[in-house]
Ligand binder design. Structure first.
Ligand code: HEM
Ligand SMILES: *[C@@H]1O[C@H](CO)[C@@H](O)[C@H](O)[C@H]1NC(C)=O
Ligand SMILES: *[C@@H]1O[C@H](CO)[C@@H](O)[C@H](O)[C@H]1NC(C)=O
Ligand SMILES: *[C@@H]1O[C@H](CO)[C@@H](O)[C@H](O)[C@H]1NC(C)=O
Ligand SMILES: *[C@@H]1O[C@H](CO)[C@@H](O)[C@H](O)[C@H]1NC(C)=O
Ligand SMILES: CC(=O)N[C@H]1CO[C@H](CO)[C@@H](O)[C@@H]1O
Length: 337
């Protein structure tokens, strides 16, 4: 090849590095790239880290069985905005409203548990362990606790971001009203496949959602006082006994996976198949043939847990900051240093 061709090739490739990830519609440019997380990043600098996290988490989960759902949702929201950099943990400042304030954060809680773990960790390993890693380990341990084994692997070495903007949360966190095409795209933007989308939606096997998010499906789907035809009619009747279209709908919640909302299992895919997915974003997984096929595969309990581990291990490494030049190790998880 002539040197001119090589130069052109080089220019094409290097400009792609700079611009190909440029995102769409105001998405921030997270680099989806190979990172340098390690199996035991803190082996030397904080050997007891995992034990400390596990001890605090188990105590809290025993007292609050909702915590696993709160934390895994927090982890998802963190990773979808600027990568898994603990930006979700930051408080608003005088200048900037932070991600926590975004509407999609509705009902995210558990921040104080992360703060408590950080405090414990700081006592033993001062300014060594990132809040992003603590969130990842804490989430894994909270969800895993009832199973008596770690459900997925958490590699470590993330650093903490310094920016948290409400506008980015609003733009990047998937909406419960979205259709399959939009969700697929949002996951793709984060390096996640259709399979990951379906598998990770399985996290809706635990936890609850607010009535006001499903009112359209129950009462006025097309503006003609009708209900969403993709919602199981008997289940819609049941939901209307909880969500009545009144003012309490802002605070009333219903289970995402009825009768099984504390067990992290494949039951979500069972009910989804029966038209009992709570949100449009759940039901829409049946509107695509490939996704629907995956839904049916995931009804098998062991397939679900195995695949969830694979997809979760991908999700928790989205856009991580790993170079010492990037980000920082926060002292307090809710403010930058
Ligand atoms: C596919 C796109 C997704 C959408 C549109 C979505 C949307 C929502 C919404 C609207 C809620 C209810 C919030 C409330 O009313 O308080 C919710 C709850 C929840 N989501 Fe998702 N979610 C998605 C994916 C995920 C993923 C990937 C995870 C985790 C891996 C997850 C975990 C949870 C959990 C555990 C809850 C229950 C939270 C609680 O009990 O407080 N979701 N989700
Ligand atoms: C962040 O906000 C929470 C809740 O408002 C508060 O409890 C916490 O003390 C704040 N963090 C810092 C470091 O001020
Ligand atoms: C607010 O966010 C902007 C954009 O990230 C940043 O440049 C600015 O320093 C932030 N201000 C504060 C007080 O955090
Ligand atoms: C999905 O939603 C987007 C945004 O609302 C819309 O532009 C698109 O037409 C929808 N796609 C389908 C297949 O309904
Ligand atoms: C249903 O939606 C339509 C169109 O948005 C609206 O005009 C109508 O008042 C709604 N009906 C009820 C009962 O909320
Ligand atoms: C936990 C948390 O910070 N929730 C916030 C989410 O956004 C709403 C609306 O802006 C705030 O009122 C909540 O405080």
């Amino acid at each position: 090849m002539s040197s001119k061709v090589l130069l052109l090739l080089f220019l094409a490739i290097s400009s792609c590095f700079m611009f190909c990830n440029a995102g769409y519609k105001g998405y921030p440019k997270y680099k989806i790239k190979k990172n340098t997380l390690k199996d035991h990043f803190y082996r030397k600098t904080c050997p007891n880290l995992e034990e400390i996290v596990q001890t605090v988490i188990e105590r809290h989960v025993l007292g609050n069985p909702n915590l696993p759902a709160k934390l895994i949702r927090m982890q998802f929201h963190d990773c979808f905005v600027r990568g898994c950099d603990a930006s979700i943990l930051l408080n608003s400042t005088a200048d900037n409203r932070s991600e926590k304030e975004a509407l999609p954060n509705l009902s995210i809680s558990g921040f104080e548990v992360i703060d408590e773990i950080k405090e414990e960790v700081e006592k033993e390993c001062k300014r060594v362990v990132s809040c992003a890693d603590i969130l990842a380990i804490a989430t894994r341990d909270a969800v895993s606790f009832p199973h008596g084994r770690q459900l997925w692997k958490v590699r470590t070495g993330r650093r903490d971001g310094t920016i948290s903007l409400v506008s980015e949360a609003t733009a990047n966190i998937p909406s419960p009203f979205s259709n399959f095409t939009v969700l697929k795209h949002q996951f793709q933007m984060n390096g996640l496949s259709v399979r990951d989308l379906v598998v990770l939606s399985g996290a809706h096997t635990i936890g609850r959602g607010h009535c006001n998010i499903i009112l359209n499906r129950l009462f006025n789907f097309t503006g003609k006082g009708d209900q969403d035809p993709s919602l199981n009619p008997a289940y819609a009747d049941f939901l209307r006994t909880k969500c009545n279209g009144g003012p309490t709908d802002r605070t009333t919640t219903v289970e995402l996976d009825p009768d099984s909302s504390f067990s992290f299992d494949s039951h979500y895919f069972e009910i989804l198949k029966d038209g009992k997915g709570l949100f449009t974003s759940d039901a829409t997984l049946l509107t695509n043939e490939r996704a629907k096929h995956i839904v049916f595969e995931l009804i098998d309990p062991e397939t679900f847990l195995d695949e969830f581990a694979v997809s979760m291990e991908k999700m928790i490494e989205i856009g991580v900051l790993t170079s010492p030049k990037q980000g920082q190790i926060r002292k307090h998880c809710s403010i930058i240093n």
